[in-house]
Design a binder for this molecule. Sequence first.
Ligand SMILES: [Zn+2]
Ligand SMILES: [Zn+2]
Ligand SMILES: [Zn+2]
Length: 613
Amino acid sequence: MTDASRLTQLSPSLWWYRDTCNVYLWTAGERGLLIDFGSGGILDVLDRTGVREIAAIAHTHHHRDQCGGDDRAVAIGIPIWVPARERALFESTEAFWRMRRTYDSYDASSLGFTRATSIPVARTLDDHQRIEWSGGSLEILPTPGHTKGSVSLLAEIDGGAVAFSGDLIVGHGRVPTLHDLQWQYGMPDAVGAALHSVTHLAGRGPRRLLPSHGAPMDDGPGALGSLATNLRSLARLLAEIRRNRLWTTWPSSVDQPLTQVLPHLWVNSHSVANTYALVDDDGDALILDYGFPSWDHFFADQRFVAHTMDDFRAGAGLRSVRATVPSHYHDDHLAGVPWLQREHGAQAWIHDSFADIVATPERYDLPCLLPEPIRVDRVLADGDMVEHAGASLETFHMPGHTMFALGLAGTLDGVRVAYTGDNLLAGALSPLRAAAPIYRNVMRLESIRVGVERLIEHGPELLLTGHTGALEVSRQDLDEFVAWARELELVIGRLVPVPGLEDEALDPYVARFDPYRASVAAGGEVATDVVVRNHGPAAREAAVRVLTPPGWAADPAEASAVIADGGATWTTRFHITVPPTAPPGRHVLTVDVWLGGEPRGELAEMLLEVLPG
Ligand SMILES: [Zn+2]
Ligand SMILES: [Zn+2]
Ligand SMILES: [Zn+2]
């Protein structure tokens, strides 16, 4: 990408080039040091800066938009400096991708937004180290948050203290994305680390902040101060998860007493997720959620072993299993569904929001994804009734914990019950909490609140929760939850880079490949779709280009379209030709995306397994 209008001189020896990320050039006569590299377009306008030689590129973190063009730099001998903590993601990338677990994964971080291929690393940027440059120095400040290994670089340039702050901050009080601010599944860990980083950086008093996205900020202390305030608000709203009631009653893997909740309703509230059985007078059962036997099995790499059905037989009079209805697509709620189908002749009734996901998991890059495809026997749409044991339960879409979830609500044994998955769990600090936000499960600004508002219309008295058993609930409890969700929306609104574009900052899948995984014989051809979503309030133009290993071909070479507003998507198909000489194993393809006239870099990847030809 070459465009002189993207180049700005900030001060006598500091230049800013707007690429897939901001690229900064710190000059010392005819030599220059680059901070991040984007697509490498700055090399084409270097003559305007008087620089003839690039001494090195120093990266703030490993994301593809920071370093997608590094091959170009390596080809002409420019040394690459990388954060010490992320070294392997630069120089051992193939090993990373070979080992990368994409099924049954509870990694909520953006670790996979890393290069498809390795590049040589000339030196590491070690925490708290100082590197001499241009008569001054570059100090490496550890600033985890946006990624675990992110660094900020402090320097004195043209008489002023500046910080190259990577993606720690994007504007006054704002971050480039919300979805990068989570590492462990469901945890506020990255928010807490980012808050510490922001406070730590502010303590160093840089006047000017040079972020990886957005524009340089001249009011460094003010911008960091308001970000600290906003991150504190977010951390406070996410405090519940640290006091998780899940863990206080952790039974053994075998002593799991059943509870009879209602005359026709039984639960094993110790399995993961909790297993409910609606047993009718003939002993025929409807099973709600059926995953791993215990948390120990969960930590045995999400291992399903048959469980609980014998206990239901002995204790609850179960004689047959008619069907099973998982609350959402996660493996901990449905890993046992194929077994119930095979061993009990049960049907799987799946909500239409996730029927495709469980039937064809290879297409999706989502957390907690069961690799085994599930035969969908009945698709449940909103308004469909699930009738069993005298109960008549209405199906509704219940986003929040994930976009791909249902709720069931109705009367059972005279009680207004609702089956709500992981949207509502028993709280420790308040009656109800959510297993949310978990950005990689897919959420929108309002989805946590909307799911519960839909539930409230059914006036539930008893919630069948995914991990905290059957829970009596009052309208006041639910209203309190909705108030929490509203506050979360307000805080997210204060953190996103562009007000009105909250959903884009929440969405790690603005572009994605469908399928995410495929296999093909060497010498063969495979088709894949690229899907781009426009969360903007106006139509935006998108252009995409699939990047393949050398010697491969993608047809068409590139494609573009105008995407309607408000979350509309555009899907375009590519045919990938694999040369007969391609080595067997996992290869990574990426898609380079322009959206609304701006280069976004290689936003998505696809894993292609080449089989021996
Ligand atoms: Zn980043
Ligand atoms: Zn879940
Ligand atoms: Zn769960």
